[in-house]
Ligand binder design. Structure first.
Ligand code: NDP
Ligand code: OXD
Length: 306
């Protein structure tokens, strides 16, 4: 069995070594133009040329959970596209979102600023019941995040495409229930995949339906947000703030209005990192099962986009 590896960085060697250790019988090499035909590909951010030159691929394993970058590429018709399921990202995402929610609810920014000025001052404690959290996307990551936030006794709701039942989470589904979900939410967390249906979903039309003092945590994809609408709603005071981990263009271009906006907290797509050990173990397990003709999880429905 031949496997090609492609990562958009120059750190392929330790990944290939880890894959080789997990799949000792396989012949694994970094992809380069003209590489011999392979059975499987393990990839992050591949160019179209790779697929054009690899017509024999049967399995295309993405080293990430989101597959939006693949939706514009033409894969060999027989190849299945497989995404990461959790692989250590769900706990990281739960940590990240809980810190963003708690940081906002507990006014940590205010206290840090005050202490920096040498001031010992307090604000009135707020009621958790006034900060209902709504999670868009109740998949592998969103459901874990919703449960983690509920653990801190915030009222939590969720919204997905199909019906879900999650203990401690008021679940909504479908376009018909979106407005009701938004109107009941103060802190909105986005964990949707980026698809033609969800692109630009965080716009003036939706964000202005949040409860007054709304707050956005976007950890999914930058293109979910209409940037100008977000800045306008923050400047108008309808939104109290935003924590953003993902951006329409990454790295975020210099001069973008998000830089230095007083109500925006940012991180550089770091909320849930791809962890080598967990990622390699999961992909190797799936390749072995696939070769045996067994069912594997994480196969992307490319028509649906996730
Ligand atoms: P899943 O595929 O497991 O979950 C996607 C969820 O979104 C599902 O609940 C699905 O509904 C829902 N959904 C999809 N389309 C719609 C729609 N049109 N309307 C309503 N709900 C919809 O994905 P993951 O949880 O694994 O990952 C989510 C996203 O997180 C990834 O696609 C990626 O973009 C992002 N991500 C970001 C990272 C970062 O570092 N910032 C790291 C990893 C992922 P249903 O359940 O009904 O199918
Ligand atoms: C992913 C990501 O989709 O890192 O896994 O964003």
């Amino acid at each position: 069995m031949r496997i090609i590896f492609y990562g958009n960085h120059n750190k392929s060697a330790p990944w290939i070594a880890a894959l080789q250790a997990a799949l000792p019988g396989a012949e694994i090499e970094a992809w380069h133009p003209g590489a011999a035909p392979a059975d499987h590909a393990v990839l992050w951010g591949p160019p179209q040329q790779l697929f054009d030159e690899q017509p024999r691929l049967r399995g295309v394993f993405n080293m990430g959970a989101g597959v939006d970058a693949f939706l514009h590429l033409k894969l060999p018709p027989q190849a299945v596209l497989v995404r990461l399921e959790d692989a250590g990202m769900a706990t990281q995402m739960a940590e990240y979102v809980c810190q963003a929610v708690i940081r906002h609810f507990r006014d940590i920014d205010f206290y840090e600023r005050e202490m920096e000025q040498g001031r010992w001052s307090f604000r009135k404690p707020l009621a958790r019941s006034d900060f209902p959290v709504g999670v868009m996307g109740l998949g592998v990551l969103g459901s874990r995040v919703a449960q983690a936030v509920a653990h801190f006794d915030f009222p939590v709701a969720g919204w997905s495409r199909s019906r879900h039942e999650i203990e401690g989470v008021r679940c909504h589904w479908g376009a018909d229930q979106l407005d009701e979900f938004l109107a009941a939410t103060r802190i909105l967390v986005c964990l949707l995949p980026l698809t033609p249906q969800t692109e630009n979903i965080l716009s003036r039309a939706t964000l202005s339906k949040l409860r007054p003092g709304g707050y956005l945590v976007n950890v999914a994809r930058g293109a979910h947000v209409v940037d100008e609408d977000l800045v306008a709603l923050l400047d108008e005071g309808h939104l109290a703030g935003a924590t953003l981990d993902v951006f329409r263009t990454e790295p975020l271009p210099q001069g973008h209005p998000f830089w230095n906006h007083p109500k925006i907290v940012m991180t550089p797509h770091a909320s849930a990192r791809t962890l080598r050990e967990e990622t390699v173990a999961q992909i190797a397990r799936k390749i072995v099962a696939f070769e045996r003709g067994e069912a594997i999880g994480g196969i992307v429905d490319t028509g649906r986009g996730y």
